[in-house]
Design a protein around this ligand. Structure first.
Ligand code: PMT
Length: 221
């Protein structure tokens, strides 16, 4: 692999979960550990890129030479993703962004009442990767699709709907890959190719993905 394949290019990568607060002590989130996104950041650095890593709350150190921006909510992630976007060449959305957030954040801890059922009201969060891909100065934009069934057809749908250049389909129903594990297996989907990458470490997978991304980026120019 050509170590300078992404030399001089600016890459933004989102990673980890978002946290959507309900009150001062509670939030809605998911099981993303950030491992996949951080591995991509490392692989992109190795390929010579300038990397901004927009990260939700995770227990990982910032990879060497990466500019890490730590955020909490989807709205914060969008704002940080848009910062410097007109100079961004490649945008990779690996974060597991909460699709909805509580309509309001209680100022004080919500107290337990007598009722057995409690209803939460949620409102849709902005779609970060779709917002980026809708810009006139759109970077080469790559999303992930975390699915538990009909993985390829849902991934294809997201590729089209969000106007992405590539989507990485991730079957998160299988034990040992996907959320929080050290290994992963994916299918890289574009409008005209499907490339299966069998199970391997997230770090090794990241190198393979960055290699494919740099090739497709170059042919898109
Ligand atoms: O962090 P790890 O523990 O290593 O796990 C890795 C992973 C499973 C989180 C990762 O490989 C992965 O699949 N990430 C995408 C998770 C996801 O939420 O996918 P989705 O199918 O819901 O979203 C589709 C795409 O839209 C994703 O690129 C997502 O970042 C993006 N999105 C979704 C919602 C939203 N409001 N804004 C977005 O940008």
């Amino acid at each position: 692999f050509d170590n300078g394949a992404l030399s001089g290019l600016n890459i933004h990568i989102t990673a980890g979960p978002t946290r959507e607060p309900l009150d001062p002590v509670r939030y809605i989130s998911n099981h993303s550990s950030g491992k996949m996104g951080y591995a991509l950041a490392e692989a992109a650095i190795d390929a010579g890129a300038n990397v901004k890593l927009i990260s939700g709350p995770v227990n990982l150190p910032a990879p060497a030479h990466v500019e890490r921006v730590s955020i909490t909510t989807a709205e914060d992630m969008l704002e940080a993703s848009l910062e410097g976007i007109s100079n961004c060449n490649i945008f990779i959305a690996c974060a597991a962004v909460a699709d909805y957030r509580p309509t309001s954040i209680a100022e004080h801890k919500i107290k337990k009442g007598n009722e057995e059922i409690m209803e939460l009201h949620l409102v849709k969060n902005p779609d970060i990767v779709a917002t980026i891909a809708a810009r006139v100065d759109k970077p080469f934009t790559i999303g992930f699709a975390a699915e538990t069934r009909d993985v390829l057809s849902y991934a294809q749908g997201k590729l089209e709907r969000k106007n992405l250049d590539m989507i990485i389909a991730n079957d998160v129903s299988q034990a040992g890959i996907g959320f929080n594990s050290d290994e992963n297996a994916v299918t890289l989907v574009t409008r005209d190719t499907h490339i299966e990458i069998p199970q391997t470490s997230k770090r090794q997978l990241a190198t393979l993905l960055i290699e494919q991304i740099s090739q497709l980026y170059k042919t898109s120019k």
